[in-house]
Design a protein around this ligand. Structure first.
Ligand SMILES: Cc1ncc(COP(=O)(O)O)c(C=O)c1O
Length: 385
């Protein structure tokens, strides 16, 4: 990898083939991908229906100019609006999660004309743009951890709700890296205050969307209906397509404001065909419920490990977004465990800032792979003393 720019840690591997939850390197070694690429392959690598749609669509048309959205874009929008619960709304399809979140933020700013956007201080929203920089002249960064008792809204004092255009809420908690789900009452209190002052609720479902947390979307654990929803990653099952859905009245204000946004791959037929098929496959093949069953099994297994090893602090999860938090230890770090698991043929996430190992496998993962992983963690910790 001499010519690949190092933007973060690069692990030397040579994956040449993927099949559901398994990746194979050029030597034929099998790895279990418990990170879904990077939260993306909710239906596993090479799902036959998704591959078939890609093959079929590239024979027709891949890309059209931004002036010419196809019937596929309309159909994908209808289906996406249906699952996010925004009746009669409007959608745009883009390429990445960062783009979708940034677009959602721009929409909220433009339509509410309020200067600030509220989000939890440790949330990850985008790689660039206003949502990437979260500069304090545009953002109000709120440390939800100060709310010791989430049932009282004392801790919200000081937030200038009247100046806030939107609450950008990421239901997996802090870029999903910590796997710490924000307390429900806190989210409800913030949402209520925002709405009272004419602001909008934006759900950032880039990681939590498409069934990851056991429901179509993470916000559905919170009994709130967002005004705008941004999704990416799982929406394309690894193909780069993202989406922003919004209420029709917001869309009208935006359109009437003369808002202009054009990027080359907006509403591309190939991306829309993939998004449409991912939604259909998840629904028709019942993967969200099936993933939930494996998720419960996985969480139980992690909890048993926590009971057995003092170095383990907590196991937590929703659906197939799970975290295993470690106590600080002089030898056993999450990075060390990550490399030990990689050696054994597992790809997992790890987040040193939270001392957390993260698991977000495809919803199609089998219990057998989870059992094998739990046994490996068990023996690694046993041998570590
Ligand atoms: C919570 C969250 N939002 C947004 C993004 C940005 O998505 P993308 O990397 O596809 O631009 C990420 C990426 O990891 C994310 O974790």
């Amino acid at each position: 990898m001499n010519h690949i720019l190092k933007c973060h840690e690069i692990v030397k591997t040579d994956f040449v083939r993927g099949e559901n939850c398994h990746l194979y390197d050029s030597q034929g070694k099998r790895y279990v991908d418990l990170e879904s690429g990077i939260w993306a392959t909710v239906l596993g690598h090479g799902h036959p229906r998704i591959n078939q749609v890609i093959r079929s669509q590239i024979e027709k048309v891949i890309h059209l100019g931004t002036r010419y959205p196809s019937i596929l874009a309309e159909e994908a929008a209808t289906n996406f609006l249906d699952i996010v619960g925004i009746d009669g709304g409007k959608c745009v399809f883009l390429s990445s999660g960062s783009e979708a979140v940034e677009f959602a933020v721009q929409t909220a700013r433009r339509t509410t004309q309020k200067p600030l956007i509220l989000t939890f201080s440790n949330s990850y929203l985008a790689a660039y743009g206003s949502a990437g920089s979260k500069s304090t002249d545009e953002w109000w960064l709120f440390n939800g951890n100060i709310c010791v008792d989430p049932d009282q809204s004392e801790c919200l004092k000081g937030i200038p709700f009247d100046n806030i255009g939107a609450f950008v809420f990421e239901p997996g908690g802090s870029g999903s890296g910590f796997v710490k789900f924000p307390p429900k009452q806190l989210v409800l209190d913030i949402a209520q205050r925002i709405k009272q002052e004419g602001g909008l609720i934006v759900a950032n479902e880039v990681t939590t969307g498409m069934g990851r947390t056991g429901k179509w979307f993470g916000f559905q654990h919170y009994d709130i209906q967002p005004d705008i929803v941004a999704a990416g990653k799982g929406l394309g099952n690894g193909y780069p397509v993202s989406a922003v859905a919004m209420r029709s009245d917001i869309a009208t204000v935006l359109e009437d404001s003369g808002f202009h946004y054009a990027q080359s791959h907006q509403n591309d037929p190939l991306g829309c065909a993939v998004a449409k098929e991912v939604i259909a496959t998840l629904g028709e093949e019942n993967w969200i419920d099936l993933g939930n069953i494996v998720g419960d099994f996985f969480l139980d297994g992690l909890k048993r490990l926590v009971e057995k090893y003092v170095v383990l602090k907590e196991a937590r999860g929703r659906g197939l977004l799970l975290g295993l938090e470690f106590h600080s230890h002089e030898r056993i770090s999450v990075e060390w465990i990550y490399h030990a698991l990689l050696e054994q043929g597992f790809l997992v996430g790890y987040y040193p800032a939270g001392n957390v190992l993260r698991f977000d496998p495809p919803l199609t993962v089998e219990k057998e792979d989870i059992t094998y992983l739990l046994d490996c963690i068990d023996s690694i910790l046993e041998n570590a003393g």
